[in-house]
Design a protein around this ligand. Structure first.
Ligand code: ANZ
Ligand code: ZN
Length: 814
């Protein structure tokens, strides 16, 4: 038997909308903000996207029924490259394409019955949103957190734009359709000073008890705090000093060379006029052509400069190399080479025949030359002058203090995280609200002139190393806000990760034209109670929006310095073993699927296949299973409507009633706990077990009726359409379970602790009963004489005595 899912689902979606069931309460008593990461509108959504939304919806519906005032909004991260690339390919305007996709996708989400407050939908590419993105830029500028500098940046030749470090994955562009190896280019670009917040971003991770340890660890690694020592090495016969950053100052007596990054700012000056100059220049050029990943993977090499540096600890002269394994952006861009105690330096020394000096020995042994490998552990300093005999850790402190006193160095703190490069040389983004004036220099657009509107009309979207906006005369040419003379706008647009760093605040007050969000609403709703999204954002978005939150907190604009209390990261949806994606051609589109099988089947398929944090395979068997599950529920409920009762049954129970009643209470408990713990697959399994019990239960009694009632009740967060339909059929009028409080279970009936009691008649075994171990003696005796098989033996005989052997035997003497 199939149920009319199309009619049912439409009916209930209309009902919910008419009742305004998912609108956010204006003044919540018991707020709960559940947010799913918003989406990029690339065509219609497919089942791969939906896992995130379905999980969020179960939580939102469950929390509403738990009595919370829920905010559950949705929106679109609507700027970005795909729209623009599409425009270049087929000539449709990015705005048209984007808004069209949003329209289609909104319908799909509605067809799945996701309980969003649609009145709060936001779309980041519309001026009423990006006005505030630009406002955020100005706030950063005001607070000294936005600046422009000439720097080596990550250039994606595929996307023809710079990228932030967080957007370079294994040396390639992060966009799955691009993945071009990143080139290095020196450009003048806008940065946000996220490094000012590195320490707080790191420390406050410890406050985030509701975040997965894995995400926190990824952020710790990305921030990459490293304590060490800066040491100054003067260059011989020259007024230049090279500073190195090391975490192993205890190895300073073992330095046998220095390596300088090819992009080091002092290098030009250093090598000018040296014998090797042209060879070094060639090496530098070659290094510049290689991506960082190539540089990291190739054999370590370098070129000697012919120059020498002086070791500040003992005056030794050591050769200086230029080597492309040294990163210009880390530490000071110069490394002291200690071949005996660093694996990389060891290889380098072998290759160029440089001396290897042992200066640290193991605590409980010796090492001798020649070494097969570097000894990289901590140990005891040797051959280190007055420091010999010190433990490494102690030695690091002593050497650092010594250098500090001689003004040749000191303690240093380094972070791997770099400032966030936010300008992009592309059209489809929020324009940077900056004007360049010959008289006044760099002038921010005044707040009251925001938004700087992105012009629709544009001759050519194809970027050629600079933003296409640079060619739009009416846009570029403007007046200086300060002196009113002709001036030029910044042609670049902002990284879309800027738009997504504050979107969660706009939902709190989406129609406010005076502020990005009123402080009242911020106070009421923050922080996000539950955030749900993909792990791929661990070191991008999830750091950026923490950074924004702290800046807004410091500016006194919001009351929290962390945006999210609890974070859940869901696994992906695979089809035929591969991530579901349009480019792989293995997507299951939402619209047609919902028509054929129904939204509730889609939801159950997604939730039942695997624990939600793990990847799941979308399979036909999964769909069939979900269908069967819902159809059986439909059947048993519609066929037994007249027996269904919300009244909790009461003692006395016979054995079967007791068993079923325990099962029912256990199911309420399990499903509640599973929802709290994001174990939707086991919640469904629990409902399935209850369903089976109900099918095999023979009596149409009160307990059976209550079981059906509970089944429908618990079904509502995961299959809300069918649940509301059955609920209404039970009550013979349209009602939604969303108005009903979540069920409580009876704690007295939870134990599965059933024991088997043997029943004897005159010492002969005649039957068994199963009872809960805590059942009292009188109850057991009465159950025993009423057991079906035993009854036959008793027939009309007189019971003389009942002997009870606790927990084991009832002997009925007749
Ligand atoms: C000498 C030394 C001796 C080092 C030794 C290690 C072991 P973390 O922990 O990641 O901060 N280093 C410093 N700046 C670098 C750069 N710009 N590019 C590449 N490598 C750089 O690593 C710090 C260590 O990484 C530093 O300590 C330095 O090598 C290297 F037995 O200095 B060490
Ligand atoms: Zn001016």
């Amino acid at each position: 038997m199939t149920y009319p899912h199309l009619a049912i689902e439409k009916k209930w979606q209309n009902f919910w909308e008419k009742e305004g069931l998912f609108l956010t309460p204006q003044s919540p008593n018991n707020k709960y903000y559940v947010l799913v990461m918003f989406a990029y509108p690339s065509g219609d959504i497919h089942m791969g996207h939906c896992k995130n939304y379905v999980i969020g919806d179960v939580i939102a519906r469950y929390k509403r029924r738990m009595g919370y005032d829920v905010l559950h909004p949705f929106g679109w991260d609507a700027f970005g490259l795909p729209a623009e690339n599409r425009a270049i390919e087929v000539g449709i305007h990015p705005k048209e394409w984007t808004l069209q996709n949003i329209k289609v996708s909104d319908e799909s989400l509605k067809s799945l019955g996701i309980s969003y407050d649609w009145s709060r939908e936001i779309i980041t590419c519309l001026p009423d949103y990006y006005k505030w993105t630009q406002w955020m830029f100005l706030l950063m500028l005001k607070r000294g957190l936005a600046y422009k500098k000439e720097a080596y940046v990550n250039w994606c030749p595929g996307c023809q734009t710079v990228l932030a470090n967080e957007q370079v994955v294994d040396g390639r562009c992060y966009r799955s359709n691009c993945r071009s190896p990143i080139e290095r280019k020196k450009l003048n670009q806008w940065f946000f000073k996220i490094t000012d917040y590195a320490e707080r971003l790191l420390k406050d991770l410890d406050k985030l008890e509701g975040w997965p340890e894995r995400v926190k660890q990824m952020q710790r690694n990305w921030i990459g705090r490293s304590e060490g020592t800066n040491i100054i090495f003067p260059v011989k016969n020259c007024d230049i000093q090279l500073e190195v950053f090391t975490t192993r100052a205890d190895t300073i007596y073992g330095v046998t060379f220095l390596s300088v990054a090819p992009e080091h700012p002092l290098l030009e000056k250093l090598i000018r006029g040296t014998k090797n100059e042209s060879v070094i220049q060639d090496y530098i050029k070659e290094a510049g052509r290689k991506s960082l990943i190539e540089r990291a993977n190739k054999e370590k090499d370098g070129v000697p400069t012919g120059l020498y540096a002086i070791n500040p600890i003992n005056g030794e002269e050591i050769p200086i190399f230029v080597a492309d394994y040294v990163l210009a952006e880390y530490g000071s861009g110069v490394v002291m080479g200690v071949p005996a105690h660093d694996a990389r330096d060891f290889q380098f020394a072998r290759k160029y025949n440089l001396p290897i000096k042992i200066v640290v020995k193991p605590r409980d042994g010796e090492i001798k030359l020649p070494m097969d490998d570097a000894f990289i552990d901590y140990g005891i300093m040797v051959n280190s002058g007055e420091f010999s005999g010190l433990e490494s850790q102690k030695g690091i402190t002593s050497v650092t203090e010594f250098l500090e006193n001689k003004e040749r160095g000191g303690k240093a703190l380094n972070y791997r995280i770099k400032d966030w490069l936010i300008s992009r040389q592309r059209y489809w983004g929020a324009p940077i609200p900056i004007v360049y004036c010959d008289h006044c220099g760099v002038v921010p657009v005044p707040e009251e002139s925001l938004p700087v509107i992105l012009p629709d009309k544009i001759a050519d979207f194809i970027p050629k190393g600079k933003s296409p906006l640079a060619g739009v005369e009416d846009f570029i040419n403007t007046k200086c806000p300060r002196c009113n003379k002709p001036a030029q706008r910044d042609p670049d647009t902002m990284d879309t990760f800027v738009c997504s760093s504050w979107y969660f605040l706009r939902y709190l007050d989406p129609h406010n034209t005076k502020e990005f969000c009123s402080s009242d609403n911020a106070r009421i709703w923050l922080p996000i109670d539950q955030y749900i999204g993909g792990i791929e954002h661990a070191t991008g978005h999830l750091i950026y929006f923490r950074f924004f939150t702290k800046v807004l907190f410091d500016a006194g604009l919001i009351p929290v310095d962390e945006p999210v209390k609890n974070l859940f990261t869901q696994g992906m949806v695979l089809k035929d073993g591969e991530v579901m994606s349009k480019s792989k051609g293995n997507v299951v589109p939402v619209g047609p699927f919902v028509k054929e099988y129904g939204a509730d089947v889609a939801r159950i398929t997604i939730l039942f296949a695997a624990p939600p944090e793990r990847d799941m395979e979308w399979s036909d068997e999964g769909v069939t299973g979900a269908q069967r599950f819902l159809e059986r529920i439909y059947r048993i409920v519609t066929e037994n409507k007249e027996f269904i009762a919300g009244k909790k049954p009461e003692e006395p129970f016979n054995v079967n009633q007791r068993r079923l009643f325990i099962k029912i209470n256990q199911t309420i408990k399990r499903v509640s706990e599973d929802f709290e713990g994001f174990k939707f697959n086991t919640a469904i399994a629990a409902l399935w077990e209850l369903l089976n019990e109900l099918f095999s239960y023979k009596d149409k009694d009160l307990v059976f009726g209550y079981g059906l009632y509970v089944l429908v009740n618990l079904l509502s967060p995961i299959a809300p359409h069918l649940a509301d339909e059955l609920w209404s059929q039970i009550h013979r009028q349209d009602k939604s379970l969303m108005y009903e409080k979540w069920l409580a279970y009876d704690t007295r009936y939870l134990s599965d602790n059933m024991i088997t009691i043997v029943i004897q008649v005159n010492g002969k075994v005649r039957g068994h009963i199963q009872v809960e171990s805590a059942t009292d003696e009188e109850m057991i005796k009465s159950l025993a004489i009423n057991e079906e098989k035993v009854k036959k033996y008793l027939a009309d005989k007189e019971v003389k005595k009942i002997i009870y052997v606790p927990q084991r035997i009832v002997n009925i003497v007749v």
